[in-house]
Ligand binder design. Sequence first.
Ligand SMILES: [Zn+2]
Length: 113
Amino acid sequence: MNEVGLMRNILDSAVERATQEGAHHIYLVEMRLGEAADVAKESLEQAFEVVKKGTIAEMAQLQINYVPTVCYCSNCNIEFKPINSLYQCPECQQPYCEIRQGKELELATLAVS
Ligand SMILES: [Zn+2]
């Protein structure tokens, strides 16, 4: 996983959105990070420090909000919160159920001026 590349994409969208709103500075970038996205928060924060240099987000803070993982078992028709990385259904024990939520890695909101 290339965190710098990921953050550059997120920052690009942030700058584009801010520019469309006529903003000159971004001072807060809020993003969503799913628990199952398999990316460390610290790596993203470090990458953000690198990619924001020389952009209108140079002074911006990054706020990362976690999104909990929610799985779905099609056998049992239930949603559940996995207790291990196998995403195993607590009813029928089927492993690797569908992940409905928790893969997010995206821009949420911006504070601009
Ligand atoms: Zn099940």
